[in-house]
Design a protein around this ligand. Structure first.
Ligand SMILES: *Cc1c(COP(=O)(O)O)cnc(C)c1O
Length: 379
């Protein structure tokens, strides 16, 4: 089945009791049992909920995986992956990571004795010097947030192959429309479903998708034991969001290309970060693992002062100044003071994330209106 069809039919089955075409929101905490120990497979909603199960099936289908698990946020999904590890274990992670992942790793898990190495993964050879017999997980994000660097997923999978090291890819920016990491050799895919999967900026949620049954058992155990499960209403919203992922992403990509080209041609702009440009340093890898380039773009002004950036950030009308991304509406963001404020400034600058960098999540509005909005804000 092709992707456009999968997005619409994944996890959808007429409800057995009424034939309802849409999965009902099973807003219940518990299930009545016929006799002690005799039930319909549903005992308590932290462990089992039919709306969540339908979503988890859909998540597996759209990422070409066997199993999906839904969590109460993207960060909760990440938290579950790190809880597969034990004190003394080591993780190698991308150095320009989502700020919340960096905070979780360094501020929460380091004190439990897990060690994290942050590495520039645009050259996968850099991984080798950090590999040792304590390495249990490689965590990559591609494209990265917000610098749009690309990591070669196949090349990292070659490194972990045959070793007891999980490779987890945060696929939030690409979405399954653009990239399927399990097909490229990853063991786990993580999503902040809050973004493109939900697609309407109305829900916080996370996901993990995998093929390995033992890994699924361990992560299901963590999901129910630690309890970061999404509610049924939120599962319904993400199920509904996934149905339009194909058409939304198609438009995000079209608009992304138009806006990236517009910015590149603008006199006030120094640099545009977008993997679709042939001069992007990882353009060929992007082509080899992604179907298109998406709607996430970052740029720097020629005037590198924070004030110049702030002026643009507060002048757009259609691009709303907000954290997050992946919704139908366009957003503009200042990573240094917003999404990436939890990363120490020195670390940020070292990784190329300047104080004046601006990030766009290009929505699915008319591209002419978006261009006019940016044109006016750039002055
Ligand atoms: C938003 C985001 C997360 C965290 O997800 P939440 O749903 O906000 O917890 C992780 N990774 C990336 C790339 C994100 O954009």
């Amino acid at each position: 089945m092709k992707a456009a069809t999968k997005f619409i039919h994944a996890g959808s089955h007429p409800d057995p009791s009424t034939g309802a075409i849409m999965t009902p929101i099973y807003q219940t905490s518990t299930y009545v049992q016929e006799a002690p120990g005799k039930n319909k497979g549903f005992e308590y909603a932290r462990s089992q909920n039919p709306t969540r199960f339908a979503l988890e099936e859909a998540l597996a289908v759209i990422e070409n995986g066997k199993y999906g698990l839904a969590f109460s946020s993207g960060v909760a999904a990440t938290d579950a992956v790190i809880k597969l590890l034990s004190p003394g274990d080591e993780v190698i992670a991308s150095n320009d990571l989502y700020g919340g992942s960096y905070r979780l790793f360094t501020k929460v898990f380091e004190k439990f004795g897990i060690r994290f190495h942050f590495v520039n993964m645009t050259d996968t050879q850099n991984i080798h010097s950090y590999l040792n017999d304590k390495t249990k997980l490689i965590w990559i994000e591609t494209p990265t947030n917000p610098l749009m660097n690309i990591t070669d997923i196949r090349a990292v999978a070659e490194i972990t192959k045959g070793k007891k090291i999980y490779l987890c890819v945060d696929n939030t920016f690409a979405s399954p429309y653009l990239q399927n990491p399990l097909d490229l050799g990853a063991d786990l895919v993580m999503h902040s479903s809050t973004k493109y999967l939900g697609g309407h900026s109305d829900v916080i949620q996370g996901a993990l998708i995998m093929n390995d049954e033992i890994l699924r058992e361990q992560l299901y155990f963590l999901q129910k034991s630690c309890g970061a499960v999404p509610g049924p209403m939120d599962c319904f919203l993400v199920l509904r969001g996934i149905k339009t992922l194909g058409v939304r992403m198609q438009r995000h990509c079209e608009n992304g290309k138009l806006i990236a080209e517009f910015l590149k041609g603008h006199a006030k702009i120094k640099k545009v970060y977008w993997p679709g440009f042939s001069e992007h340093p990882n353009h060929n890898i992007a082509i080899s693992q992604m179907r298109d380039f998406g709607g996430m773009i970052s740029f720097e002004l020629k005037d590198e002062s924070v004030d110049a950036a702030k002026k643009v950030l507060s002048s757009t009308k259609l691009f709303s100044l907000a954290e997050s991304l992946g919704g139908v509406e366009s957003l503009i963001n200042h990573p240094a003071s917003m999404t990436h404020a939890s990363i120490p400034r020195e670390e940020r600058i070292k990784n190329g994330l300047s104080d004046s960098l601006i990030r766009l999540s290009v929505g699915i509005e008319d591209a002419d209106d978006l261009k006019a909005d940016l044109h006016a804000a750039l002055g």
